[in-house]
Design a protein around this ligand. Structure first.
Ligand code: SAM
Length: 345
């Protein structure tokens, strides 16, 4: 059945001074702190390759992040690779929690993780100042989940971590699920129930051509429209208003108001016009778009002895050149040189 729409919420004012040449304000920084990962998800990695890029020291990430925050970043998401593999992660979060955005407010600190090491780290991360976690989970039954991650025993481990994150107050816990037709799209309805039973926000993400192998085709993408229709047949959905213009997920609750799901549709309903993000790779390169064909070596400049003022000027100039949009599915589309695990999802 079709979802009903509620009116859009007002867009909050932003304090960012980082703008691109298309008029977009950038206030969201994603930082990869390693491109190592302890899972080998079939749609992400070939299973053979490990880390490809060097990692910076934790204090070096901190210095670079401070540069961005001084220019208007209000939200920092730590990612990877698998960020919890990095020694010093709790200390990094503690230091980031001391930073203030230009409006004087603490940063919004989030992390995307596969959850494998989260059970014991959830409470220390929360105490250090992390606000929220997103845990990746591509199936709600153990067999399918472990076929995807290619790690035995990963399902109960991640489930325990999700519960530990909720108990620690890293809420709302969001679950990222990438759907692949014929592979795990039979999990859609189960995820809708899981969102309600486990009190988590499940967000389905359309599969993008960012994998190490060559799996992507338009036919394998399960689109927003299809997901909404399939869940709606079992549990009728009501669309929720956007909280901010740059929100990437279309959000829905169920007819009884219990639970939330979101759908991130970069392929079938691209949201580039409202993009507020830039990324820093684990080796200190700025990527202004997931699909950038060029990278900007911020760390190289720092290592060469540039001052913070010089680095700030470089960031401002780089952000101005942010791409207007991606070109997935168009003739001549070129995959970026790095896959998702090496960029930082
Ligand atoms: N290791 C962490 C994790 O598992 O969440 C962080 C890195 S992982 C690359 C970040 C997110 O990107 C995961 O939710 C993963 O499912 C998603 N992802 C990986 N490849 C993708 C693709 N080709 N299209 C869409 N999402 C993808």
């Amino acid at each position: 059945m079709a979802a009903t729409s509620l009116p859009a919420a007002p867009v909050p004012a932003t304090h960012s001074t980082l703008r691109d040449s298309h008029g977009r304000v950038i206030h969201d920084l994603r930082v990869s702190i390693t491109d190592r990962c302890n899972y080998k998800c079939v749609y992400c990695r070939t299973g053979e390759e490990g880390a490809q890029y060097p990692e910076l020291r934790i204090d070096e990430y901190l210095r670079l992040i401070e540069i961005f925050v001084g220019l208007g970043i209000t939200k920092v998401r730590l990612t990877g690779g698998e960020p919890l593999l990095r020694r010093g992660i709790v200390e990094l979060v503690r230091e980031l929690a001391k930073l203030r955005a230009l409006n004087g407010e603490p940063l919004d600190l989030a992390m995307t993780t596969n959850g494998h090491l989260l059970e014991s780290l959830a409470a220390p991360l929360k105490a250090a100042g992390l606000n929220r976690v997103t845990v990746s989970m591509d199936a709600v039954d153990a067999g399918t989940f472990e076929r995807i991650t290619r790690v035995d025993g990963s399902f109960p481990t991640v489930l325990a971590s999700i519960r530990a994150a909720r108990a620690a107050g890293l809420t709302p816990v969001k679950i990222n699920c990438v759907l692949l037709r014929g592979f795990n799209d039979d999990q859609i309805e189960g995820f809708a129930r899981f969102a309600r039973e486990e009190d988590v926000v499940v967000r389905f993400i359309e599969f993008m051509p960012l994998e190490e192998g060559r799996l992507w085709s338009p036919e394998i993408v399960v689109t927003l429209k299809e997901i909404v229709e399939r869940i709606g047949r079992v549990l009728p959905l009501v669309e929720l208003p956007a909280r901010e213009a740059s929100e990437t997920a279309r959000r829905y609750t169920f007819a009884d108001g219990v639970g939330e799901i979101g759908i991130i549709a970069p392929v079938s309903q691209a949201f580039c016009g409202a993009c507020s993000r830039v990324r820093l790779t684990s080796d200190g390169k700025i990527r202004t778009c997931l699909f950038s064909q060029v990278e900007h070596d911020l760390y190289g400049r720092m290592r060469a002895g540039e001052s913070n003022d010089e680095l700030r000027a470089y960031v401002v100039q780089t952000v101005q050149g942010k791409e207007a949009r991606h070109h997935i599915g168009e003739p001549g589309f070129m995959k970026p040189s790095r896959s998702m695990v090496h960029i930082g999802g």
